[in-house]
Design a protein around this ligand. Structure first.
Ligand code: PRP
Ligand code: URA
Length: 216
C-alpha cells in the first residue's frame, strides 16, 4: 500500500518495544509503560516538521541563538485507550493543551459512538495531534477528525493522527476521507479479522492498559 500521508516508524527501538506490547503475556503495568515509551518515540517523529522560532539563550560561556517550539499544539486523546499516550506527549511538548474526546466503538456495528467532548469553544492551535493506540476500521479516527474540523481545525491548522498499530483498512478510510491528515504509527499490520480486530495486532488496547476484559 502506498499512502503518502502514512509514516510507519522503522526505528529499532520502536520495533523492539512494539514486540513487548504485542506479547500476550505482557501485564497491564508493563503494557502501560511501553505505551508511554512508544508514544514518546512516535511523538518525536510526528513533531519533526513542527515550527520553531529563534530565541536567545545564555549558556555559561556566551549568549547564542537557540530555538523554541512555535506551534501551539493541542493533544486530543481518544478515550479510553488514548489516555496512555498523553503523559509522554506532554513531556515532549509541555505547553500543549489536552482536549479529551470520548468515543467507543459499538462492537456490533463497529461504528463510533461519541460520549464525551472537552474541546474549548474555538480552535486556538496550529497543530492537533489525535492520540489513539489503534487504527482499525478508521471509524473512530474519522469521527475524531470530523469533530475537530467542524470545531475549526481547518487549514492552516494541521491535524495529525498518532497510532501505535494501524490496519490497512483504517489507513485507507482515513486517507480517503481526509487526505490532508498525516498518520504516524509504529506498525502497519496485515488486516482486520471478522470482528474488526487488527491482525496480528495486540488485542484490545484499552483492556490491556487498564486490566479490564470483555465482561467489564
Ligand atoms: C478502540 C481504539 C480506537 C478504536 C479503533 O477503542 O482505542 O478508539 O477502538 O477502532 P476503529 O478504527 O474501528 O474505530 P474502543 O472502542 O475499544 O474503546 P476503549 O478505548 O474505551 O476501549
Ligand atoms: N481496538 C482495539 O483495541 N484493538 C483492535 O485490534 C481493534 C480496535
Amino acid at each position: 500500500m502506498s499512502t503518502p500521508t502514512l509514516h510507519v516508524s522503522q526505528h529499532p527501538a520502536v520495533l523492539h518495544k512494539l514486540a513487548i506490547l504485542r506479547d500476550q503475556t505482557t501485564e497491564p503495568k508493563k503494557f502501560r509503560e511501553v505505551v508511554r515509551e512508544l508514544s514518546w518515540l512516535l511523538g518525536y517523529e510526528a513533531l519533526a516538521d513542527a515550527r520553531v522560532r529563534p530565541m536567545q539563550v545564555a549558556t555559561p560561556l556566551e549568549t547564542m541563538e537557540g530555538a523554541e517550539l512555535a506551534d501551539r499544539i493541542g493533544l486530543v486523546p481518544i478515550l479510553r485507550a488514548g489516555l496512555g499516550m498523553v503523559d509522554a506527549m506532554l513531556e515532549l511538548m509541555p505547553t500543549a493543551q489536552v482536549w479529551h474526546l470520548g468515543l467507543f466503538r459499538d462492537e456490533r456495528t463497529l461504528r463510533p459512538v461519541e460520549y464525551y467532548n472537552k474541546l474549548p469553544t474555538s480552535a486556538s492551535v496550529d497543530l492537533c495531534l489525535i492520540l489513539d493506540p489503534m487504527l482499525a476500521t478508521g471509524g473512530s479516527a474519522t469521527a475524531a477528525i470530523e469533530v475537530l474540523k467542524r470545531w475549526g481545525a481547518v487549514h492552516p491548522v494541521r491535524i495529525k493522527l498518532v497510532n501505535l498499530i494501524a490496519a490497512p483498512e483504517g489507513v485507507e478510510a482515513v486517507s480517503k476521507a481526509h487526505p490532508d491528515v498525516e498518520i504516524y504509527c509504529a506498525a502497519l499490520d496485515r488486516q482486520l479479522n471478522g470482528v474488526g480486530y487488527i491482525m496480528p495486532g495486540l488485542g484490545d488496547a484499552g483492556d490491556r492498559q487498564f486490566g479490564t476484559g470483555k465482561s467489564d
